[in-house]
Each structure stands twice: as structure tokens, then as C-alpha cells.
Design a protein around this ligand. Structure first.
Ligand code: DGJ
Length: 699
């Protein structure tokens, strides 16, 4: 597992995969191979053999750069395929020709330094291996070594090349507010398929993730080749899956170049976000498990820490919060076994509805005449941690903050400021806004024993203006996200014990960038159990259960069994969000039992490997399984939504058991080998909206 130099280039090997690249005779950096690891170095053709005619170009309609598989193509010469880099030099030239300048190889990182042949632009491509999870991380730094500014018009993180050919399918997720993460699978045809966000955040609509398999030899959950990747960025992003007319398929991923510009002044450097990508022969399930392990162990701030069962007040009390009201809920929550009580929206100055208050982050004197202290202490006295909701990037025009700083919001001076949910967006790209928010939130965290912050963001952008921007105002898109990261990073460094949750009206900002800061995410405002099953499944293709908050609320109360609703939420980080004052004593007692059961099995859910047994997006009878990495304990969750009777449910086949080891499975008689259980399957008998948890134990 290493980076190795060869006569022609480099071989990057992880546990099970390899990736090769090298320079061709014309000095261009060319992609070679990406797939299963091969026995000998000589097995890799590095760089991939490009036909002789390709170097010179072929016909006046196909330039040479069109025919090769450049690792990081700049827009130059007769090139009509997607470039990674497009710049404008001070003299107006918009053509970037990169050649090798130097290479550094250090442990598991390869740095290839390229330089423009004429202009003072240095480009460093970074390749870092994450060998155990078969991921390669790529990012790029661009340096202006001259005197004049250089304008970046596109600066992607990476282009990932599939093996030569066109027979591919792309899987991605699509959705909208309340309805995120639908899986879409489509064949890649000649031309470009573009997925993107132009909304300032990652978005509910798409996610910067791809999984590609072969249309002619499709992968399934368990087996088959899958190439997959993500972009670790929480703002505007773009993914272009392109099939060229010369049978080359590639995925470019990076900051969105739509309305993007970045002025790179003399001596400055620009670093792109990272893109992580991997390859597996173990199907879509295998791809997810690699991403999950990486997020669990190497991305989130508190790896290995058991996530607490939380209560969230939003759906119970909305804006109508008070010290007594929250404490009353907290008493019930504590009695049920909840470990973390989170007060959501409504607690701060003049926040009676969504019309006012955002920006004024001090306790509303009418609702909390004694401040937050007594509530926090009251919650702690019930042996629960206290958590708080904030939405720092936002401001209501009806707030003291906006009255004092109307210029602090994103706007064009000559245009009306479009309000969405009665709010405007603070221009977090501005250093003074960052400093203001850091001070304010730091005070809040210093004054109170707050152990959990839910950081929300409840609208998309409009009128993306930054009137007195120091550079090009289109830098807003990137500087805004950098500003959010800076605030969050600073607060995390000062209050390392706090667990942060990312929320943007549900799943509007979940990505590998934000998960470096937030351990948990609120993945949808839709808390109805049946659609939630589908949303959770889509989410599980990218992110692990250890990040996925799932509350039991009142949406389905009186319509679906409490047990079913709990079982759905127990597939992730269990939370409760219903109005406990309305719940009967029986409901609360049953909830307490289910919470206790969750605590017994949460180490399997939160840290185990996921196997999706039957898709809820495809079937009304669905199931998933988590199993510990040593394969000693597992749990299957099975759900039936609505199917007309009579029906015999199809068998469920457990996965990931050790074939020779012997296991028992709850509710089934006998001790059998893992292989037997996986081969013969389980027959379940469930009615509509019934569910079942089956514990698996190795004996
Ligand atoms: C949107 C979030 O997704 C909800 O959970 C809640 O926090 C509201 N915002 C509060 O305004």
C-alpha cells in the first residue's frame, strides 16, 4: 500500500485498488489505470497507451488534447472536452498549458507540480491515499508566482477517469425540501450530465456524490464493479459526467464555475476542496461501507464516541418556548431515557414567529426572564446534556442586528432583497461578520454548559451581491463557505467538547466538508416514518448511520404503531421530537422500552457495517442489517409498509456473517453457520406497517 514511482509514472495502491498516472512523450500528465489492484507493477500500463496519432491530433476537428485522458486538463488549444482549469491571465490570454515542474513523494501523498509554459502559474496536484478504505483524495493548489493578477474561472478538484469505454451507468441522488435523497440510476450517453448546486449550500436537490457501474455488467448491492466519489464542499459545486465521442468516460468534480471568479493576486495561492474517490468489486453496498468507515473514523470530529439519544423541541413547541414548558418536556424525556435535551428555535430575542429575531442571539427576556441558566441547570439536574438551536448565518429584517447593519447581508444595492421565510443571509464572507458571530457564539458557549449545537440554515440564496467586495464580488460563493468553516473551526477549537449538528431545513447541507465540523446531521424535515425509510436509504449510500439523526415525532401519531416509528429512527441516531405532554403514559412507557433497547444495540448501528437487504425505495417490504466489524453481533431491521394481502413476504438473506462461524438469530430456532443463514434466508411474517428487529449473535 503505497505510492510507487516507475519508469513511466506512479502507481498508487490501496488495500484493494490501484490508480496510475504518468507523463506522456509530449510532457502531459495522463491518466493510466483505476481499478482492482494487480499482482505486479509491470501489470499496470503507465501511462495508458494513447494511440500515436492522438499525440499529434487527428483531423482538423479533433485536437490532440481531445484524444488523451489528461489528469487535470487546463482549457488550452483545440480542446472541447471538460477542463478542470480555466484561467485568464492579465494580458487577456485564456489558454493554460501545463508541463511537469517537479514531483514530491512523501509516505502516502504524491504531489505533482505543474507549471504553465509561459505564465507564472504553478499548479500542484495532490494525491493522498487512504489505503484501508480504498480511497484516493485529490485536491489542487494554484499559485500566482508573478506580478499581475490571474483570474480563475474554473478550478475543479479532480477529473476521475473510468476505464476506456462508454458502457456506464451513473447513480446519484435527487430530491427537494421534505423529500431528499431519491436514488437515480441512468445510463451515461455521449455528452455531459451535469449535477450541481447554485444555492450557496450543498442543497436538498443533489449531493456531490457519484457511483458508476457498468451498464453491461451491472453491479448490485453485494457485487460488481463500482467507481464512486464525493466532493468535500458545503457550497456551490458541480459534477460533470462526460462521455466523449472517443469513448472516454470521466467525472469532473469541483467548485461550481457558474458565476464563479477568483482573483489570484501576485504571490497568492488558492486551494480547492478535496475530492475523494474509490473503487470496489463489492457493489453499491461495498462502496457505501468504504465511505462510511472513512467518515466514521477519519472525517467527523469525535470518532468512536457513542451518540446520545436526544430530544428536540421543534415539532412539540415550535416558537412557543419557555423555561417551564421546556423543563416539563425535559422531565418526561429524562424519564424515558433521553440523554440530551435540545431546545430548538424560538428561544432568542423577539422570536415569536419566523418574522423576527434572527440575528439577536440572546435569550428573549419575556420567555426566559432569568436567562438560559436555570433551564440548562434544570436539564443537567435531570442527568441530561443541554443542546441549543442556532441559525447564525441568517437575519430577519425585524431584528436589532439588521437595523444596526443592513449592509451586512448579501444583496445588490439596486435590487429588492428577496426574503425567504422572512429572512436574509448575512454575508459571512465578510471578516467583520465572522468576528461578530464568533464572539457572540463563543460567549454563549462559555456562559452556559451547552454540549450540543444544532446549526441551522433555512433558505437558499438570491441577489448574490457583495457591494464593497475587496476583490471580484463573485468570490462570494467560495468566501462565504470558507467563512462558515472559519467560524465553526474557531468555535470548535475553543469548545472541543461540543457536538455539532448540521441542519439546513433538513438535508440541505450534508457533505464531507461539513462533516469535518459536525458529528451529526438532520437529514430531512420529513419525519413521517414511511417516506423517511426511503430518505434514509438514499442517505445511507453516502453517509454512515453514526451521522444520521432520526426523530420519532407526532406526524404519524395515531396512524402508525409507535414501535414502527421507533424502529425506523433506530436505524440511525435515535431521537424523539413529539410533544411528550400529549403522549399517554402507555406511549411514554413503550417509548422508554424502545429507547432502552436502542441503547443495547446502538454500538452495532453507530459503528457497524451496513448491508442494505431490500430497498424501501423499490419495495414495500424492506430491510437493512448492521453488523460489527468483528462479525460477532448484528441487527436486522425489517419493515412492511403497505402491500395488499394475501402475500407471502420474500425471504430476507442476512449478509456479512462469517461463513464458518455459528450464529443464532432472534425469533428463529436453531444455531446455524453464517453461510447457512446467508444461503437459506429468513421468512418473516409482518402485517402492513409492522416492523421487526432481529438481533444476530455469534455463538
Ligand atoms: C428547520 C429545521 O430543519 C427544523 O428541524 C427546525 O429546527 C426549524 N428549522 C426551526 O426553525
Amino acid at each position: 500500500m503505497s505510492v510507487r514511482a516507475t519508469e513511466h509514472g506512479w502507481i498508487l495502491e490501496t488495500r484493494a485498488t490501484a490508480y496510475t498516472l504518468g507523463f506522456d512523450d509530449a510532457g502531459r500528465l495522463i491518466h493510466g489505470y483505476w481499478g482492482a489492484r494487480l499482482p505486479y507493477s509491470a501489470d499496470y500500463s503507465v501511462p495508458a497507451r494513447t494511440p500515436g496519432w492522438a499525440s499529434a491530433g487527428w483531423a482538423s476537428f479533433n485536437g490532440s488534447s481531445h484524444l488523451i485522458r489528461a489528469e487535470y486538463p487546463g482549457y488550452a488549444g483545440p480542446s472541447y472536452v471538460e477542463p478542470c482549469l480555466k484561467v485568464m491571465f492579465a494580458d487577456g490570454v485564456r489558454d493554460v498549458v501545463l508541463r511537469q515542474e517537479g514531483v514530491e513523494l512523501e509516505d502516502e501523498t504524491l504531489r505533482i507540480r505543474l507549471h504553465d509554459t509561459v505564465y507564472p502559474l504553478a499548479v500542484t496536484l495532490h494525491y493522498r491515499l487512504h489505503p484501508d478504505v480504498d480511497l484516493i483524495e485529490r485536491w489542487t493548489t494554484l499559485s500566482n508566482e508573478g506580478e499581475q493578477p490571474i483570474t480563475l474561472e474554473r478550478a475543479f478538484s479532480a477529473q476521475w477517469h473510468l476505464p476506456h469505454g462508454t458502457d456506464y451507468r451513473l447513480t446519484h441522488v435527487n430530491g427537494r425540501w421534505l423529500d431528499e435523497m431519491h436514488l437515480v440510476r441512468e445510463s451515461l450517453e455521449p455528452g455531459s450530465k451535469v449535477l450541481e448546486s447554485r444555492r450557496l449550500t450543498t442543497s436538498h436537490h443533489h449531493n456531490p456524490w457519484f457511483a458508476i457501474d457498468r451498464a453491461g455488467a451491472p453491479a448490485n448491492e453485494d457485487a460488481g464493479e463500482v467507481w464512486f466519489g464525493v466532493l468535500a464542499w458545503s457550497g456551490n459545486w458541480k459534477l460533470v459526467a462526460e462521455v466523449t465521442e472517443f469513448a472516454s468516460t470521466r467525472v469532473s468534480l469541483g467548485l461550481n464555475d457558474w458565476d464563479f471568479a477568483w482573483r489570484l493576486d501576485a504571490g497568492q495561492e488558492f486551494t480547492t476542496p478535496s475530492s475523494f474517490a474509490g473503487y470496489t468489486r463489492e457493489g453499491f453496498g461495498g462502496a457505501s461501507r468504504l465511505l462510511h468507515e472513512f467518515v466514521r473514523e477519519s472525517v467527523v470530529p469525535h470518532p468512536g464516541v457513542t451518540r446520545k439519544v436526544l430530544y428536540n423541541s421543534w415539532e412539540a413547541t415550535t416558537f412557543d418556548v419557555s423555561e417551564q414548558g421546556q423543563l416539563e418536556l425535559a422531565r418526561h424525556a429524562a424519564a424515558m431515557g433521553v440523554e440530551l435535551f435540545v431546545m430548538d428555535d424560538g428561544w432568542f430575542h423577539s422570536r415569536a414567529s419566523d418574522n423576527a429575531g434572527l440575528g439577536d442571539w440572546w435569550p428573549d427576556p419575556e420567555k426566559f426572564p432569568r436567562g438560559l441558566g436555570p433551564l440548562v441547570e434544570g436539564v443537567n439536574a435531570l442527568s441530561m446534556d443541554f443542546g441549543l438551536w442556532i441559525e447564525p448565518e441568517m437575519v430577519n429584517p425585524d431584528s436589532d442586528l439588521y437595523r444596526a447593519h443592513p449592509d451586512w447581508v448579501i444583496h445588490f444595492p439596486t435590487r429588492e432583497r428577496t426574503e425567504m421565510r422572512n429572512q436574509l443571509i448575512l454575508n459571512v464572507a465578510r471578516p467583520e461578520v465572522q468576528e461578530y458571530l464568533i464572539k457572540l457564539l463563543d460567549d454563549l458557549l462559555t456562559r452556559h454548559n451547552i454540549r450540543f449545537i444544532k446549526w441551522d440554515m433555512n433558505r437558499n440564496i438570491s441577489e448574490p451581491g457583495w457591494p464593497d467586495a475587496p476583490g471580484d464580488a463573485r468570490e462570494l460563493w467560495v468566501r462565504y463557505v470558507q467563512g462558515v468553516y472559519h467560524i465553526w473551526d474557531t468555535l470548535r477549537a475553543r469548545h472541543p467538547e461540543v457536538i455539532w449538528q448540521s441542519c439546513s431545513g433538513g438535508g440541505g447541507r450534508v457533505d464531507f466538508g461539513i462533516l469535518r465540523l459536525a458529528d451529526q446531521a438532520w437529514i430531512s424535515d420529513n419525519t413521517s416514518a414511511p417516506p423517511r425509510l426511503a430518505i434514509q436509504e438514499g442517505y445511507s449510500h453516502i453517509f454512515p448511520a453514526s451521522t444520521m439523526e432520526a426523530w420519532v415525532t407526532d406526524w404519524d401519531r395515531g396512524k402508525l404503531p409507535l414501535e414502527f416509528r421507533f424502529h425506523v429512527s433506530m436505524c440511525g441516531l435515535l431521537g424523539v421530537g413529539g410533544n411528550l405532554l400529549h403522549w399517554s403514559a402507555e406511549e411514554r412507557a413503550q417509548a422508554a422500552q424502545l429507547i432502552a433497547q436502542y441503547k443495547e444495540l446502538r454500538h452495532i448501528v453507530q459503528f457497524g457495517d451496513l448491508y442494505r437487504l431490500r430497498s424501501p425505495q423499490e419495495h414495500a417490504f424492506s430491510a437493512l442489517e448492521y453488523i460489527t466489524s468483528d462479525r460477532s453481533a448484528g441487527v436486522i431491521f425489517a419493515f412492511r409498509t403497505h402491500i395488499p394481502d394475501p402475500i407471502i413476504l420474500p425471504l430476507l438473506y442476512p449478509r456479512g456473517l462469517e461463513p464458518q462461524a455459528r450464529y443464532i438469530i432472534e425469533s428463529f430456532d436453531g444455531v446455524y453457520s453464517g453461510q447457512a443463514w446467508m444461503q437459506t434466508g429468513l421468512e418473516l411474517n409482518l402485517g402492513n406497517f409492522e416492523s421487526k428487529i432481529l438481533r444476530i449473535s455469534r455463538v
